[in-house]
Design a binder for this molecule. Structure first.
Ligand code: 5GP
Ligand code: SF4
Ligand code: MG
Length: 446
C-alpha cells in the first residue's frame, strides 16, 4: 500500500491526491482521502485507481488543512470497499483517521481476543485491529493510547494517524516499510516514497526511522521512540521490485540499487548472447546494469502496454492468465535470429515468465536466457507484499533446473543471496521470501 499525509496546508486534500497518484504503483485496488477541518473529519473512498475515484466534485468536498490518504493493495482481507482506507472512527479521545501500509502478523490473534471481549469488526483488514486497540486502551492522552496499542503489534506498519489537529507518522521498530518526511512551503508531508515529494514540490527532510513516531501539530514537529528497540529489518523487495526507481528509501536510491543488482547479476554470469532485454517495467533498470557490466547491447525487445495495471495485483487468476498478452508484445525486428538474455526482477508462479519465453521464441529468438535480479522466491511474505502461498511459488516446489524446464528457457540464473546483500549494504535487510529467515518468528512459510 501507499500512504500520504499533509499537515497545515490549505490544499491538503489536493496534495494528498497528487501524492497518491505518484504512489499508484503501491496499490491499485482502491484509495481514499480523509481530511480534517480542525472540527470534524470528512472521508472519501472508492475502488480502483486514484484518478478514477476522485472527481473534482469529491475533492472539493474535502476541505481542511490536514489530510491523509491511502492506496490499497490487498494482502490480507478481501478486495472490497469496506477494506479501503483511511478508516475514520470516533473514540473516547475524539475523532481519528488511520492509514496503514504493511501487515500485522498477530492481527488474527488480537482480533479473536477483542471479539471475545465484545468488539465488533466490520472489515476483514488487519488495520481495524489497530483502531480497536487504540479505542480500548483509554489512556488520558490519545498519544499514550496510540503507543500502548501499537506496542502490541507484531509485523510491519508504516502508519499515518490524523486527529482533529494532529498528523502522526509511525514506523514499526523493524522499519520494514518506508516512510519519509517532506517539507512544503506551507506545512509538512509524510509519505511512503520520495517520488511523491517530487511531484508536489516538497523537499525531502529525512526518512522516519525504524521505531520512530513523529507528531506534527501547531507546536511543531516532535519525534519520539516509544517502542522497545530492535534491529532494523527493512524489506529488500522494496528495492528489487516494489518501490519506484526514482524514490530514495532505506538510505539508498532505488535506481542505483536496482542497477547494482543488474551489474552483480552479470558478474555472476558468463552466458554468450547477442543482446539483453528487460521485461518492462520491473526489469529495466537491472537490465541497464547487466548491459553495462557484460558489454552486451541493451534493446527494448518487449513493449509494454501501460494502460494495463500490474497484472499481479489483479486478484483473479483468470485475469492474471491472459494479462500477460494484453500487457507485453515482442519487437520482432529486435529479437529475430538473436540469442537473447531477458532480465526480470523475480519469478513468482512462473506463468508470466513461461509466456514471455514462448513469445520471444515465436518472434524468432534463437536462444532465450532468463536472468532474475533476485534470488528464487521460495517463501511467502507476511509483511505486506502479496506473494501467493508457498505451494504456488514455483521456487518452493521446483529446483532451478525444473523451473528452467517449466518456463522453457535455454538457461535460467538467479542473483545469489550474497550478491543481493552486497548491493544493499546499509541494513541487515529482511530477505525472508528468499531465505525463509522470517524476522518475526514461528513461520514455517505455509
Ligand atoms: P511469474 O513469471 O512468476 O508469473 O511472474 C513474474 C512477474 O511477476 C515479474 O515480472 C514480477 O515483476 C512480477 N511480480 C513481482 N512481485 C510480485 C509479487 O509479489 N507477486 C506477484 N504475483 N507477482 C510479482
Ligand atoms: Fe520484503 Fe520478502 Fe521480507 Fe516480505 S519477506 S518483507 S517481501 S523481504
Ligand atoms: Mg514485472
Amino acid at each position: 500500500c501507499g500512504v500520504a499525509g499533509v499537515y497545515a496546508n490549505e490544499d491538503a486534500a489536493n496534495l494528498v491526491y497528487l501524492s497518491l497518484y505518484a504512489l499508484q504503483h503501491r496499490g491499485q485496488e482502491g484509495a481514499g482521502i480523509a481530511v480534517s477541518n480542525r472540527n470534524e473529519i470528512a472521508t472519501e473512498k472508492g475502488m480502483g485507481l486514484v484518478a478514477d475515484i476522485f472527481s473534482q466534485e469529491k475533492l472539493d468536498r474535502l476541505t481542511g488543512d490536514i489530510a491523509i490518504g491511502h492506496n490499497r493493495y490487498a494482502t490480507t482481507g478481501l478486495s472490497e470497499l469496506q477494506n479501503t482506507q483511511p478508516i475514520t472512527v470516533t473514540i473516547n479521545a475524539g475523532v481519528m483517521s488511520l492509514a496503514h501500509n504493511g501487515n500485522i502478523v498477530n492481527a488474527d490473534e488480537i482480533k479473536q481476543e477483542l471479539v471475545k471481549q465484545g468488539a465488533i469488526f466490520n472489515s476483514s483488514s488487519d488495520t481495524e485491529v489497530v483502531v480497536h486497540l487504540i479505542a480500548k486502551s483509554k489512556k488520558e492522552d490519545l498519544l499514550d493510547s496510540i503507543v500502548t496499542a501499537l506496542s502490541q503489534l507484531k509485523g510491519a506498519f508504516s502508519l499515518l494517524l490524523m486527529t482533529n489537529d494532529k498528523l502522526i507518522g509511525v514506523r514499526d521498530p523493524m522499519g520494514m516499510r518506508p516512510l519519509v518526511l517532506g517539507k512544503l512551503k506551507n506545512g509538512y508531508i509524510l509519505t511512503s516514497e520520495s517520488c511523491a515529494l517530487d511531484l508536489i514540490e516538497a523537499t525531502m527532510v529525512r526518512e522516519i526511522e525504524p521505531g520512530e513516531m513523529v507528531i506534527i501539530d501547531d507546536d511543531g514537529l516532535k519525534s519520539i521512540f516509544p517502542f522497545e528497540k530492535t534491529a532494523p529489518r527493512p524489506c529488500v523487495f522494496e528495492h528489487i521490485y516494489f518501490a519506484r526507481p526514482d524514490s530514495f528509501i532505506f538510505g539508498n536510491s532505488v535506481y542505483e540499487v536496482r542497477k547494482r543488482l543488474g551489474v552483480k547479476l552479470a558478474e555472476e554470469d558468463d552466458v554468450e548472447a547477442d543482446l539483453v532485454i528487460p521485461v518492462p517495467d520491473s526489469g529495466v533498470v537491472a537490465t541497464l546494469g547487466y548491459s553495462e557490466k557484460s558489454g552486451m547491447a541493451f534493446q527494448m525487445g518487449l513493449m509494454r502496454n501501460h494502460y494495463v495495471g500490474r497484472t499481479f495485483i489483479e486478484p483473479s487468476q483468470s485475469i492474471r492468465h491472459f494479462g500477460v498478452k494484453i500487457k507485453l508484445n515482442p519487437v520482432r525486428e529486435v529479437i529475430e535470429g538473436k540469442r537473447v538474455v531477458v532480465v526480470d526482477d523475480s519469478i513468482v508462479r512462473g506463468t508470466t515468465s513461461r509466456k514471455i519465453v514462448k513469445m520471444l521464441r515465436e518472434a524468432g529468438a534463437k536462444e532465450v536466457h532468463m536472468r532474475i535480479s533476485s534470488p528464487p522466491t521460495a517463501f511467502p511474505c507476511f509483511y505486506g507484499i502479496d506473494t501467493p502461498t508457498r505451494k504456488e511459488l514455483i521456487a518452493s516446489t521446483h529446483t532451478i533446473e525444473e523451473t528452467r524446464k517449466y518456463i522453457t528457457a535455454d538457461s535460467l540464473h538467479y542473483l545469489s543471496i550474497d550478491g543481493l546483500m552486497e548491493c544493499v549494504q546499509s541494513y541487515d535487510y529482511c530477505h525472508a521470501c528468499f531465505s525463509g529467515a522470517y524476522p518475526t518468528m514461528h513461520h514455517n512459510g505455509d
